[in-house]
Each structure stands twice: as C-alpha cells, then as structure tokens.
Unconditional design. Sequence first.
Length: 262
Amino acid sequence: MSKIAVITGASSGIGQALTIQLCSSFQIIYICGRKLESLKKTIDMCSTNTVELIPIVMDLNDKNSIARAATEILKKGEEIHLLVNNAGQSQRSLAIDTSEEVEAMLMQINYFGPVQLTKLLLHSMRKAKGSKIVITSSIVGKFGYPLRSTYSASKHALHGFFESLRFEEKKNGIFVQFLVIGRVQTQVSVNALTAGGDSYGKMDDGQAGGISAEACAKKIDTALQSNRKEVLIGGKELLMVKFKKYLPFLFYKIAEKESNHV
C-alpha cells in the first residue's frame, strides 16, 4: 500500500522545502497551493522518481476551493497517512488599525481553512490506522506579540482546536503534532497583510536572520519520526517561549521593549 501525504502551502517556503525533504518517504504527495505554476516548480525541484507529486490548486481563503481540493484528493478513495497544515498568512499591523475584513481573512486562512480541510480528510485518515496530522504553528501561537494580533489569535485558535481533536481521535489511530516555528528565511513577512489588506512588502530583520527553509524542513522530518506532541523549531528566538513559561517578567520586558518601536 502506498504511503500518502498532503502538504498545504507547498509552492514556496517551508512547504516547498518539506515536500522536497519528504520525497523519499512517501509514494504519493498531494501538494496544495494557490497557483498551479508555482506547484509545478516544486515538482521540478524534486530529484527522485520514486514519488508521485500531484498538484492541487487550493485557496484557504475560499471555502469552495477547499471543498473542491478535498474532493480531488479523495477521489481515488486512498488512505491518507500524513496531513501537514502548513499554509498560512502573517500580519504586520496595529490592532487598532486592522480592518475587520483583514481580521476575517487571517482567521479564514490560518484557522477556519485548515480546520475545514482536516475535517474533510478525517475519515480517510481514520482508515489509515496510524496517520498523523501536523500543524505548522508559530511562537506567537504561544504568546501575543506587537503587530501580530489577529495572526497570533489564529495560531492560538489552532492550538485549541487541534489539541481537542488529538484527544478525540486518539482512539481512531490519529496523532496530532504541533510544530512551533520561530524565524525562518521565507517570504512570510513580505507577504504579510497590512491593516488595509495590502502586502507588507518587506523582509523583517529577524526573518532574514532566521534558519533556512531547508534546515527547517530537515528538523520537521526528524520531528515526524517522533511521537512528540509539540516540537519547537528555530533559533534563539525560541527562548521567548521558555521565558513566557518560566521567566514571564523577562518575556514581558523584551516584548514591551519591542512594542515601543512600533
């Protein structure tokens, strides 16, 4: 029986690097993204012929698009062994300035979309008996941070939903794993939404100094081999998660200093 994976946000960044990393581990990988041309570039970057990469056009901001993508993935009745909910959209705007439309878009892309896709694929994953759902979260899913209000909220929501799902689906052989990602050298800040819904268009200094997407993908691959419920991936910024838990006074001092610059 073929091992089958589904990866969202596979046309660039972490999703693209992870697709390339997992090519030797799966026989079929459904790679999801908004643009077919970009997904084809990911396929061209894979150097092995042992995997079948199937591009699936899907926009997480469109519920109908998600439903169509799930139907396409399920049409052969295959059992899905891995679902990586990786796609998402960040934010760079003050809460007071951010429009309700942008807030709704961020919640749809980062929370409602992954939840919808997961629920549509859940029965297939139950059949696999030993499947895994992976959530690409963020360190701001563990705490709030300046200019990230709704993005942070959407990641917090993911933790609440999928931790609940972990308890419910354990008896069905489904394991849920969170990847708490720090700074990675991708276009996440460039593509982040501003208060009015435009692209931020700039690379954050912290983002530029992060680990590479390829290094991140290798760490994710290692995490997938484990049964750890939550794995932190990144650089020294991960200390903020520890500070928030064990040294909250230090966390607040650092975060408040950052807020003075916005």
